[in-house]
Design a protein around this ligand. Structure first.
Ligand code: GLC
Ligand code: GLC
Length: 650
């Protein structure tokens, strides 16, 4: 049900009047010990409860036991608040006073796997000086929770949200790492893998044992009938692993089917059951209380299912995420969400708002940067920046070039059609190009989840290998190596200056190449994404200090762009206007912030390009200082850009 606004305030007051005495009785000891904490909790509860009630009721009010679950949720939030360490409660106040903290030009993100980057959590702690050297203020540690041995989808099959995967360390170490990070000015980001658990999670174990309460935690079916009906409208996410979205398993000798969007060992949770929401809210608050400041909400698009739909991006998915957000505002206000929605751009933006996910991956920009490198043209990219980049206040994009996942060509077919391109054909071209099969391709990528039925495929590979460095080093020569390095720096320059939070897939800053050894590991051989998940080579990292080495060359390029960002607050926020450059190879945009303006040009071609005097005059470029790049203003007052160069005036 949905409430009218007036009715909502009244119902919220009445509900709290009923619930609070019972929660107070349950938490009497804690309240007596720390009355001030209770007061703080109460204040935030009063303020945010109407929103929470309305969202929760939207999904669950039809349940006969609605009020039981609502009360249970309030009690969980209160318990969690009493467990919240004092320093984090202080951070809550700081963040509430400055809710736009993540829009600063000082922000710079990095991602890595704990084991692959530094063996374990203690190793990560020892890398803090490196993180500071690079300038990171945000570190996403890839899933580090207890997971099945062997295949576990790189940790995205979680067996316990409260335990660190034993080889990596302990939860206590994670909490103390979060503190060390904070002292170093770094926010800890981890995943909340909330669409599914591993089939070894205690909830799944109980469901397998036939416990009805826990069977209702998942989408379990006694026969193939309903699954087959659902499947008529579903996209296959990992078709190489299993066709369709369901996997068989046995309860008491009888075959059942469980919903598994991803791998057969990743069981989708049943959010139609409010107990699932409440238990997951507890896991979320538990992580927030360890000092996690940003939760990356994994696979947001899939959390709600409804027969007859494609079960992606349904309205209830948004309602649920907003409800989680309301829980965070009450019991861990410093926490923000990052959405991982790798879907159509119209759907990606729907997850982004201060009430839902404050920040979001920008898969469109990522895909179109690679597109521009392949085509040497900027039209799709310019169009996307002009029409799809602007976000509402209080939110930001997380802009990236590579992450641990494959590259999917998630641009909109309608946008492509406007520019006279056929989306389907163009994706085929991009796949051929990045697999190195198109004439003139510089890329060394691999196919991921090729679907012979649809001709669909995504691309794996490290940033450097996709940008041409691998091929240039092994088959070509110095000139191509230089071009590959310029490509790497060019697309990173854009994510660093375009607005929002730039996110570096660690390893890219020293030009890490594909690692084909995953093929020898039975747990990874079938998943080409491991080609871009190599173990950090610290001997190579050492070479960053030598400016004559390849690593030093690339690293110095990264540092220059990072200094450019951090030294100029015009790069804060996300205000951007596209410049029509009259040159199909050159992207142009202005950034404005706090009364300042910067003008940016990026040449995606391997030959020099000119910007006409018309553009130079219109944007008053000669009155600005050059902040970055190698260009020259030519005698005729036009601007000459070197191959693959990135130029900034401000
Ligand atoms: C997310 C992760 C991906 C994983 C999937 C299933 O999309 O980024 O690596 O395979 O979720 O959890
Ligand atoms: C699909 C999903 C995305 C996930 C990816 C993993 O693209 O939409 O959420 O990250 O698969 O490869």
């Amino acid at each position: 049900m949905m409430f009218e606004i007036n009715q909502l305030e009244t119902e919220a007051r009445i509900s709290l009047k009923r619930i609070l005495p019972r929660v107070e009785a349950a938490l009497k000891r804690s309240i007596t010990k720390d009355p001030q904490a209770w007061e703080q909790f109460n204040a935030r509860l009063q303020q945010n409860f109407p929103a929470l009630l309305s969202l929760y009721a939207e999904v669950y009010s039809d349940r006969y036991d609605f009020f039981y679950h609502l009360e249970d949720l309030v009690e969980s939030m209160a318990r969690s608040w009493f467990n919240r360490p004092q320093d984090l409660r202080e951070l809550d106040d700081v963040r509430e006073q400055n809710p736009h903290w993540f829009q600063s030009n000082q922000m710079l993100g990095g991602i890595c796997y704990v084991d692959l980057f530094a063996n374990n959590l203690d190793g990560i702690r020892k890398k803090i000086p490196y993180f500071k050297e690079l300038g990171l203020t945000y570190i996403h540690l890839m899933p580090l929770f207890k997971a099945p041995d062997g295949e576990n989808d790189g940790g995205y099959a979680v067996s316990s949200y409260r335990e660190v995967h034993p080889p990596l360390g302990t939860m206590k170490q994670l909490a103390s790492l979060a503190r060390d990070f904070r002292e170093a000015g770094i926010s800890l980001v981890v995943d909340l893998v909330f669409n599914h658990t591993s089939d070894e999670h205690i909830w799944a174990e109980r469901a397998k044992a036939g416990d009805e309460e826990y069977m209702d935690f998942y989408r379990i079916f006694p026969s193939r009938e309903l699954p087959s009906r659902y499947e008529q409208n579903l996209r296959e996410i990992f078709p190489e692993e299993h066709s369709g979205a369901f996997s068989p398993f046995v309860i008491n000798g009888k075959e059942h089917w469980v919903w598994t969007t991803f791998h057969s060992y990743q069981w989708d949770l049943n959010y139609a059951n409010p107990a699932v929401f409440n238990r997951m809210a507890e896991e979320m608050l538990f992580l927030a209380n360890q000092g996690v400041e940003v939760l990356r909400l994994d696979a947001v698009a899939f959390i709600w299912k409804q027969l007859g739909t494609n079960c992606e991006n349904l309205p209830q998915a948004h309602t649920l995420i907003k409800a989680f957000n309301a829980v965070a505002r009450i019991a861990s206000p410093a926490l923000i969400f990052k959405s991982e929605a790798i879907v159509h751009p119209d759907d990606v933006v729907k997850y982004i708002s201060p009430e839902e996910c404050q920040v979001s991956y920008n898969p469109l920009l990522m895909a179109l940067l690679w597109n521009s490198l392949a085509t040497r043209e900027v039209k799709l990219l310019s169009q996307a920046l002009a029409s799809r980049f602007k976000l509402q206040s209080g939110t930001a994009w997380v802009n990236y070039v590579r992450v641990h996942d494959d590259i999917g060509w998630t641009f909109s077919d309608e946008d492509a059609a406007q520019l006279g391109m056929n989306g389907y054909d163009h994706r085929r071209f991009l796949n051929e190009f990045y697999r190195g099969r198109f004439p003139g391709s510089f890329a060394r990528g691999l196919p991921f989840q090729e679907n012979p039925a649809t001709g669909d495929c995504r691309i794996s590979g490290t940033g450097a290998s996709l940008a041409g460095l691998e091929k240039a080093l092994h088959e070509e020569g110095e000139k191509e190596v230089e071009l590959a390095i310029r490509r790497i720096l060019l697309i990173h320059a854009i994510i660093i200056t375009v607005g929002g939070i730039p996110l570096i897939y660690l390893g890219d800053e020293i030009g890490t190449l594909n690692d084909y050894t995953y093929r020898d590991d039975p747990a990874h051989e079938r998943d080409s994404r491991w080609v871009h998940r190599p173990r950090a080579d610290w001997k190579k990292y050492e070479k960053r200090k030598n400016l004559h080495s390849l690593e030093g060359h690339i690293f110095r390029g990264f540092r220059a762009m990072i200094e450019l960002r951090k030294g100029n607050d015009v790069f804060a926020g996300g205000e951007l206007d596209v410049i029509p450059t009259d040159n199909e190879h050159v992207l142009g945009f202005t950034r404005t912030h706090g009364g300042k303006r910067a003008v940016v040009f990026a040449n995606f071609s391997e030959s020099p390009q000119t910007i006409s005097s018309r553009v130079i005059e219109q944007y008053a470029i000669t009155s600005l200082k050059k902040l970055h790049g190698r260009n020259h203003v030519s005698p005729k007052n036009s601007l000459l850009l070197e191959p693959l160069d990135f130029v900034v005036f401000g």
